[in-house]
Design a protein around this ligand. Structure first.
Ligand code: SF4
Ligand code: SF4
Length: 303
């Protein structure tokens, strides 16, 4: 057991919790009628995974862009880097928009962080290793009386009870992308506007990503087998989940050059030639600009 760095915690807590594994036994129960009912949903700071967004937008019958507009706020997952998404509270307040007196109105599709509470999932990464390992922290907040309830269980049992296993599996590809991006550090530099937009669309705006994958320009460049393409372009949960997983592969290819999606060679070569031409053009313009500045300096000194 060890203590995590507070900046790596997925929540804001004045208490730095102890890091534990899934075999750890905890004492906890949340139940209707408890004196603190809804206290946790009255002051939210909940990060959403791409799969959380997918489940919620389906539950509400909204397109992903509409969901983002009404229920989400972006934040920086890392300085000047890629974006994360949080649940947007009620206007002018801090309570969750889904909180009702009888409890959570989207309970069957509630986000990963809500399922886990009061446990927090911490994604860990060993140096030079991009596969995350799961570790947990128990968060004890004063308002939460569930810790005084007479029930004990392991974190693994709690994960099963809260149906969190599927959420973890579906969120894993996204967590690995974020970890890999963070670990590439400032040496790689600030990601371009285009790559940040691609990350946002692919992870959080799945309906727009579907249209992109179904578009002519995408299919001119990427050679996706027809059966795979058909399986992920429908609007069932299964299709959208497959599309999300494909999206993680797509981002690894675009951002980190891990080629797992075949390219149409002719189109790829044309694209590479265009990129080379663009880079050469930028170099020519920079050289011309420098020459103009030098001329200007020479003229100023001659005066
Ligand atoms: S989604 Fe449900 S469980 Fe999560 S904060 Fe909102 S009301 Fe509470
Ligand atoms: S016991 Fe904790 S999790 Fe349950 S309603 Fe109270 S504050 Fe929320």
């Amino acid at each position: 057991m060890s203590t995590p760095d507070p900046k790596d915690l997925p929540f804001n807590s004045p208490v730095v919790p102890e890091m534990v594994d899934g075999a750890k036994t905890i004492r906890f129960r949340c139940r209707k009628g408890i004196d603190c009912w809804n206290a946790c949903c009255s002051n939210i700071d909940i990060s959403l995974t791409p799969y959380d967004i997918l489940r919620l937008k389906r539950r509400l019958g909204l397109a992903s862009a509409q969901f983002l507009q009404q229920y989400a706020v972006p934040y920086e997952l890392e300085k000047d880097g890629i974006a994360g998404i949080k649940l947007k509270p009620v206007a002018g307040g801090s309570a969750c928009q889904f909180m009702k007196p009888e409890g959570c109105s989207v309970y069957e599709d509630r986000p990963t962080a809500c399922r886990y509470y009061p446990v927090a999932l911490l994604s860990m990464r060993k140096q030079d290793e991009y596969v995350d390992r799961d570790a947990y922290a128990l968060v004890k907040e004063e308002h939460c009386l569930g810790h005084d309830e007479p029930r004990t269980l392991t974190i693994e049992d709690y994960r099963r009870e809260q149906d969190v296993v599927e959420y973890d599996e579906q969120g894993r590809g996204w967590r690995q992308l974020v970890l890999k991006k963070k670990s590439s550090g400032p040496s790689v530099g600030k990601p371009s506007v285009k790559s940040r937009q691609l990350f946002f669309m692919t992870c959080y705006d799945i309906d727009t990503f579907r249209a992109f994958v179904d578009s002519g320009p995408f299919n001119e460049l990427y050679d996706v087998p027809q059966a795979e393409s058909q399986a992920m372009l429908g609007d069932t949960l299964e299709s959208e989940t497959a599309l999300l997983q494909f999206g993680y592969r797509f981002l690894r290819q675009v951002l980190f050059g891990e080629e797992t999606i075949a390219l149409h060679q002719e189109a790829a070569e044309k694209r590479r030639a265009q990129s080379r031409e663009k880079a050469q053009q930028a170099e020519r313009e920079a050289a011309e600009q420098m020459a103009r500045e030098e001329d200007f300096r020479d003229e100023s000194f001659d005066d």
